[in-house]
Write a protein that binds this ligand. Structure first.
Ligand code: NAD
Length: 511
C-alpha cells in the first residue's frame, strides 16, 4: 500500500529497514527483529526489535514504580486522563483504523469500527471512574460500621490475539487504568505495529499529564514473552485473549503461583433458526457472522442449527448470498471478505476442509484457496458451507477461518442440546418469532454461553455489556457492566466507633 509510510509517520512510527525505533524504557527492545507482513498484499510493512528477558524485567520494574504514583491519583482524575486518550484516538481514528486493516487484513470499515470500540471504552471508563462502588452492610455489633471497598491490583499483564489487535487491549487497559492499575501489554507477534501506534498515542497523553510512562508498557515477542508474564508473581492480574491451548497454559501457570487470571479464549458459536424465523433478518446475520473478518472473530458463526422444515430453503438462500460475496483487498470499499492472517492459517483451513470430507461432511458451497494477482499474498480463501454432524471431531473444535457448518434439528430441545454440545461457550443466537422458543433459549435450561442473542447473530458485541464465555472459553469477563471488579481487589472493613469491644457471634473473651 502506497500511503502506508505516511500513515506510519502520522502515527509517530519511524519505520526503517532496521526496525522501528522506540527509545523508552517502557517499551524498548533488544531482541531479534519482529517483522510485520501485511496479509493484504504480502509486503513487509516494517520490523521492530522484540523484547529479551532484561527488557521485560525493566518494563515490569518501570510499571511497578509508576503504580505507586498512579494509584494515588484519584480515580475520577485517572478517568479524565483516559478521556483524553479517547480524544487522541478520535483524532487518529482514520490512520489507526487503516493500519489495523492493513496489518491484520480486516475490512477498512471493521478497522475503523475497532478504533471506534476503543473510543467507546474510553468514554465508558471515564464514567466508570466515578462509579467504582462498594457495598455497605449492617454490622451485628453495636456502634460498628461495615463496608467494602475496591483497591487496584497493581500491574495488569495483557496478552492479546491478532484478530482484534487493539480493541481487546483497550477493553482491558482503559478499565485497568481507571481502577488504578498500570499495564504491561504483550501484543500478538502477528500485529506488532498497531500496538506500537497505540503506545505512541497513550504516551503522548501520559506525558501531557506528567504521569510516569510506566503506566503503559509494551513487551514484544511471541509465546515466550507471554510465558514470562504468566509466571511472574509481580503481575497482579494476567488478562489473556487467544486460543484455548494458550489459555490453558497461561491459566495453569498463573494458578500455580495462586495469582489472578482473566481468560478470553476460543468460541464455537452457533445460530439456531426456528420455523418462525424471519429469514430476511436471519440470512444477513448468518452471512456476516460466518464470513466477516474472514471468519477470524472469536464470535464468528461456526455452526448453523436449522429446523428440518426450512433446512432446504435456508441452504438455498445461503448459497445465493455466498455467490454474491466479493473477496479481495479489504481496504477497497464494497469488498466483503479479506485475507486470512497468514499462510499457516490457510494451511489450517485446508486441513479442516480435508478433515470435513474425511468425516463424511458434504460441501454446499465449495472451499478454495484463491490464486491470481489480486491474491498474491497467498492468504485468500473462499468462505464455504458444509453439511455435517455436530459430533464430528472437526466440528467440536474452532477452526479460525470462514467455514460454516449446517446441522438439521427437529425438536426445540434438540436444537439447544446441539448448540450446547461443544467444549466452548462464548456466543450463541436464535432467530425466531416464537416467544416460547426465544425464552426457552434464554432460560437456565437454554444456551450455556456467555452471550445469548435473539434475532441478531453471534458476531460482535457492544462495549456496555460484560464480554466473555463459559467452559473452555475461559470464564473471564471484560469490557462493560461490572467486569471492572476483576481488575481490583475487594477489601471488607469494620470500624468500631464505640467504647467496648464486642466480638462477633456473641463470643466472650474476658481478661
Ligand atoms: P494465540 O493463542 O495463538 O495467541 C494469542 C496471544 O497469546 C499471542 O500474543 C501469543 O503470542 C500469546 N501466546 C501464545 N501461547 C502462549 C503461551 N503458552 N503463554 C503465553 N502467551 C502465549 O491466538 P491467536 O491466533 O492470536 O488468536 C486467535 C484465537 O484467539 C482464537 O482462538 C480466538 O477465538 C481467540 N480470541 C478470543 C477472544 C475472546 O474474547 N474470547 C477474542 C479474540 C480472539
Amino acid at each position: 500500500m502506497k500511503e502506508i509510510h505516511d500513515i506510519l509517520g502520522k502515527l509517530g512510527i519511524a519505520a526503517s529497514n532496521n526496525g522501528v525505533s522506540t527509545g523508552q524504557t517502557s517499551w524498548q527492545g533488544g531482541g531479534a527483529l519482529l517483522e510485520s507482513f501485511s496479509p493484504v498484499d504480502g509486503l513487509k510493512i516494517a520490523a521492530l526489535t522484540g523484547s529479551v528477558k532484561t527488557d521485560y524485567d525493566r518494563a515490569v520494574e518501570t510499571a511497578t514504580l509508576a503504580f505507586k504514583k498512579w494509584r494515588s491519583i484519584p480515580a475520577p482524575k485517572r478517568g479524565e486522563i483516559v478521556r483524553q486518550m479517547g480524544a487522541k484516538l478520535r483524532e487518529r481514528k482514520h490512520e489507526l483504523g487503516t493500519l489495523v486493516s492493513y496489518e491484520m487484513g480486516k475490512s477498512l470499515q471493521e478497522g475503523l469500527g475497532e478504533v471506534q470500540e476503543m473510543i467507546d471504552i474510553c468514554d465508558f471508563a471515564t464514567g466508570l471512574s466515578r462509579q467504582l462502588y462498594g457495598l455497605t452492610m449492617h454490622s451485628e455489633r453495636p456502634q460498628h460500621r461495615m463496608y467494602e471497598q475496591w483497591h487496584p491490583l497493581g500491574v495488569t499483564g495483557i496478552i492479546s490475539a491478532f484478530n482484534f489487535p487493539v480493541a481487546v487491549w483497550s477493553w482491558n487497559a482503559m478499565i485497568a487504568w481507571v481502577c488504578g492499575n498500570v499495564c504491561v501489554w504483550k501484543p500478538s507477534e502477528k500485529t506488532p505495529l498497531t500496538a506500537i501506534a497505540c503506545q505512541h498515542i497513550i504516551q503522548q497523553v501520559l506525558k501531557d499529564n506528567e504521569v510516569p510512562e510506566g503506566v503503559s508498557c509494551i513487551v514484544s515477542g511471541g509465546r515466550e514473552v507471554g510465558e514470562w508474564l504468566a509466571n511472574d508473581p509481580r503481575i497482579g492480574l494476567v488478562s489473556a485473549t487467544g486460543s484455548i491451548p494458550m489459555g490453558r497454559s497461561v491459566g495453569e501457570a498463573v494458578a500455580r503461583r495462586l495469582g489472578k487470571s482473566l481468560l478470553e479464549l476460543g468460541g464455537n458459536n452457533a445460530i439456531i433458526v426456528t420455523p418462525t424465523a424471519d429469514l430476511k433478518v436471519a440470512v444477513p446475520g448468518i452471512v456476516f457472522g460466518a464470513v466477516g473478518t474472514a471468519g477470524q472473530r472469536c464470535t464468528s458463526t461456526r455452526r448453523l442449527i436449522v429446523h428440518e422444515s426450512i433446512f432446504e430453503e435456508v441452504k438455498a438462500r445461503l448459497k445465493k448470498a455466498y455467490g454474491q460475496l466479493k473477496i479481495g483487498n479489504p481496504l477497497v470499499e464494497g469488498i466483503h471478505v479479506g485475507p486470512l492472517i497468514d499462510r499457516p492459517a490457510v494451511t489450517q483451513y485446508e486441513n479442516a476442509v480435508a478433515e470435513i470430507r474425511k468425516s463424511g461432511g458434504r460441501f454446499v458451497v465449495e472451499p478454495a484457496v484463491l490464486t491470481g494477482e489480486e491474491y498474491a499474498s497467498g492468504c485468500y480463501v473462499a468462505p464455504c458451507i458444509a453439511e455435517v454432524e455436530n459430533h464430528f471431531a472437526i466440528v467440536q473444535h474452532e477452526t479460525f477461518a470462514p467455514i460454516l457448518y449446517m446441522i438439521p434439528y427437529s425438536e426445540p430441545d434438540e436444537a439447544i442440546a446441539l448448540q450446547n454440545d461443544v467444549p466452548q461457550g462464548l456466543s450463541s443466537a436464535i432467530f425466531t418469532n416464537d416467544l416460547r422458543d426465544a425464552e426457552r433459549f434464554l432460560s437456565h435450561a437454554g444456551s450455556d454461553c456467555g452471550i445469548a442473542n435473539v434475532n441478531i447473530g453471534t458476531s460482535g458485541a457492544e462495549i456496555g455489556g460484560a464480554f466473555g464465555g463459559e467452559k473452555e472459553t475461559g470464564g473471564g469477563r471484560e469490557s462493560g457492566s461490572d467486569a471492572w471488579k476483576a481488575y481490583m481487589r475487594r477489601q471488607t472493613n469494620t470500624i468500631n466507633y464505640g467504647t467496648a469491644l464486642p466480638l462477633a457471634q456473641g463470643i466472650k473473651f474476658e481478661i
